[in-house]
Ligand binder design. Structure first.
Ligand SMILES: Cc1cc2nc3c(=O)[nH]c(=O)nc-3n(C[C@H](O)[C@H](O)[C@H](O)COP(=O)(O)OP(=O)(O)OC[C@H]3O[C@@H](n4cnc5c(N)ncnc54)[C@H](O)[C@@H]3O)c2cc1C
Length: 507
C-alpha cells in the first residue's frame, strides 16, 4: 500500500516530503491531517493531499487544527486571533463534509502525546511543512512519534521550499530563480477548493470518531469556550483567565483572525490601494500597504489566493512575461503587469519567499550567526563605539527620547503591527541603542515575537537580520556603530514621511 502511494504521480509531489520510514497502516481508521500552519480550507496543499490519500486508501479524512498555549510567546493576542480563525474554519469544513476538530492544547496534555496516540489509529498522517518556530518544532516531534507514514506538505508560497535546493543570499539572486522557475511551480499550485469534483463523503463516521476520541483520550475543546474567546473584549479575557498565557499582551479587537476578515481586507486592498501601491506604500497617512501580514502569517489566507486575485485583475497570462529579461533579476517589467502590481508581487513573492527559503536551508536563521561575514566584521570593528542607551524595559515601554520610535513601538503594542517603513527604522534604532549586536538581535526578537501578530514568522527573522545586513550590501559612508550597515535615522524619516497624524495618534 505504501509503495502504491509513493509511486502515485501526484501533482503535489514537489510540495511533499516524507518524514519517516513508518508504513501506511491498512487497518487505520482515517487519514489524519495535523494542521499547524496553513490554517484554512482553500488553497491548502496539505488538505488536498489528505483528501487525495483518503480517496486512494478509501479512508475518511480527519483534520485536527491544534492551537498550543505552551510555547514561549503564547498570549491573549495570539490565542484570540487563532481561535477566531478556528471558528471560521469550523463553518467551512462543515460545509465541505470533512471532519474537522479544532483543539486548544491545555496543560494536562501535550500535543505530541496526543499526536502519537492519534497516529496509532490512523492509516497515515499529513502535517504542514513550515521552516521555523512552533510549527517546525511540532513537525520534528511528529517525525519522532508518528506510528504511521508522515508527510509534510508545503503550502507556504508559490515556490515549494524544497525546490530551490539551497539558500539564496540576496533578493536579487532569489528573484533570478523566481523568474526562471515560476511557470514550473504552477503544476503544484493548491486548488482553491480541494474538494472540487469529489462527491465522496469523507467524514469520519460518528461511531468510529467517538471510539477514537475515547481511546486516544482526545478531550474536545468546548465550542462555547472557543466562541467566548473569539468574541474578544472582556468576554474573551474572562474566558482566557484560567490559562497560563501572557496576559499583558491583549487581543487586538480591531483585527479579528479568520478567512472572512482576511478576504475583506484583500478586497479593500484591491479596490482602494493596489493601484497606488508603488507610490504610497511607505505613507503613514492613507498608505497603500495591504495590512494582510497577520492573516498570511497564521495561514488564514494563502498568498496563492492574493496573487491569483491580482493576476486576474491584471488579465495576466504567461504570455505577458518579458522573456528577454527572464533570469536577469530586474525588479520591474518581468511580469508584464502594471507597475503597482509588479511592485506588490515582488514583495509578496521575492521578499516573502526569500525568508522561507533562508529559514528552510539555514537552521541558524533566527540567530545573529546568519548575517553575512562583511556585516559581522563591520559591526565588530565599530563595537567599541557602542554604549547601551536604554534598558530593555525602557525600550519595551516606549520610553526613549525619540518620538518617532516611541510612536512605532506604541503602534506595535496596541495593534500588533508597525507601519511598513517605520518597522525598518524601529529595528535600526534598536541596533544603534544596544550594548552589542547580539543584544540588539535578542531584543528585536523578543519585542517582535511577543507583540507582533505576524511575529514568529520566517520573515520576522528576515526583517530583524536585514536590519543587521542580511540580504543587503555594504553601504558608505562608514558610520559610527553601524559601520557599513545601511543606516536609517528618525530625523531623515521625518523629512521623508508625513508623520504629523501618525505621531499625534501614537504619542
Ligand atoms: C525589523 C523588521 C521586522 C519584521 N518582522 C516581520 C514579521 O514579524 N512578520 C512579517 O510577516 N514581516 C515582517 N517584516 C517584513 C515587513 O515589514 C512586513 O511583512 C510588512 O510590513 C507587512 O505589512 P503588510 O502586510 O501591509 O505588507 P504589504 O506591503 O501589503 O505586503 C504584502 C505581503 O508581502 C510580504 N512582504 C512585504 N514586505 C516584505 C518584506 N520586506 N519582507 C518579507 N515579506 C514582505 C508580507 O507577507 C506582506 O504581508 C519585518 C521587517 C522588519 C524591517
Amino acid at each position: 500500500m505504501g509503495d502504491a502511494v509513493s509511486e502515485l504521480k501526484s501533482r503535489l509531489l514537489p510540495r511533499i516530503r516524507v518524514l519517516n520510514n513508518q508504513p501506511i497502516n491498512p487497518n487505520g481508521s482515517f487519514v489524519v491531517y495535523w494542521m499547524t500552519a496553513s490554517r484554512r480550507f482553500n488553497y491548502n496543499a496539505s488538505l488536498e493531499r489528505a483528501i487525495e490519500l483518503g480517496i486512494i486508501l478509501k479512508k475518511p479524512v480527519l483534520v485536527v487544527e491544534g492551537v498550543s498555549i505552551r510555547h514561549k510567546w503564547t498570549s491573549e493576542r495570539v490565542l484570540t486571533f487563532m481561535v477566531q480563525g478556528l471558528m471560521r474554519n469550523l463553518d467551512q469544513f462543515e460545509e465541505h463534509k470533512i471532519t474537522y476538530i479544532p483543539w486548544v492544547e491545555n496543560h494536562k496534555d501535550t500535543g505530541d502525546g496526543l499526536l502519537r496516540r492519534v497516529s496509532e489509529k490512523a492509516a497515515c498522517m499529513i502535517i504542514d511543512d513550515y521552516p521555523t518556530y512552533l510549527p517546525l518544532w511540532i513537525l520534528n516531534r511528529a517525525s519522532a512519534v508518528s506510528k504511521v507514514r508522515l508527510e509534510a506538505v508545503d503550502s507556504n508560497g508559490i515556490f515549494p521550499m524544497q525546490m530551490a535546493g539551497k539558500a539564496f543570499p540576496t533578493a536579487h539572486s532569489f528573484r533570478r530563480f523566481v523568474q526562471k522557475n515560476l511557470l514550473d511551480t504552477f503544476q503544484s499550485t493548491p486548488l482553491k477548493n480541494p474538494m472540487e469534483g469529489i462527491d465522496t463523503d469523507l467524514r469520519v463516521p460518528k461511531n468510529i470518531l467517538d471510539e477514537v476520541m475515547d481511546e486516544t483520550k482526545f478531550e474536545i475543546t468546548p465550542l462555547e469556550w472557543m466562541w467566548r474567546v473569539a468574541e474578544g473584549g472582556e468576554v474573551g479575557r474572562t474566558a482566557m483567565q484560567p490559562l497560563e498565557i501572557d496576559k499583558e499582551v491583549p487581543a487586538v479587537d480591531s483585527k479579528p483572525g479568520g478567512v472572512i476578515e482576511a478576504r475583506n481586507l484583500l478586497e479593500q486592498f484591491l479596490e482602494k490601494k493596489l493601484y497606488r501601491y508603488n507610490s504610497d506604500r511607505n505613507n503613514t497617512e492613507n498608505g497603500a500597504s495591504s495590512g494582510l501580514s497577520p492573516w498570511i502569517h497564521f495561514g488564514h489566507i494563502s498568498t496563492h489566493e492574493i496573487i491569483h486575485s491580482i493576476l486576474i485583475r491584471e488579465n495576466w497570462d504567461p504570455t505577458f512575461i518579458d522573456e528577454e529579461s527572464t533570469g536577469k533579476g530586474s525588479r520591474m517589467g518581468w511580469w508584464g503587469v502594471s507597475e503597482p502590481a509588479e511592485t506588490f508581487l515582488d514583495q509578496i513573492i521575492t521578499w516573502r519567499e526569500l525568508g522561507y527559503n533562508f529559514a528552510f536551508y539555514n537552521k541558524n536563521h533566527y540567530k545573529i550567526e546568519s548575517i553575512p561575514d562583511w556585516a559581522k566584521k563591520t559591526l565588530s570593528e565599530h563595537s567599541h563605539e557602542r554604549k547601551e542607551k536604554y534598558s530593555f524595559d525602557q525600550i519595551e515601554n516606549a520610553q526613549t527620547d525619540d518620538e518617532v520610535w516611541n510612536a512605532a513601538q506604541r503602534e506595535l503594542r496596541e495593534t500588533g503591527m508597525i507601519h511598513n517603513y517605520l518597522r525598518m527604522l524601529w529595528g535600526k534604532r534598536i541596533l544603534e541603542w544596544s550594548a552589542t549586536p547580539e543584544i540588539a538581535a535578542d531584543w528585536m526578537i523578543k519585542l517582535n515575537d511577543r507583540w507582533a501578530l505576524d511575529g514568529r514568522d520566517p520573515n520576522s527573522y528576515t526583517g530583524i537580520f536585514w536590519v543587521m545586513g542580511r540580504h543587503d550590501r555594504a553601504w558608505g559612508p562608514e558610520r559610527p556603530i553601524f559601520g557599513k550597515i545601511r543606516y536609517m535615522s528618525s530625523a531623515n524619516t521625518k523629512k521623508k514621511l508625513k508623520l504629523k497624524k501618525y505621531l499625534s495618534q501614537w504619542s
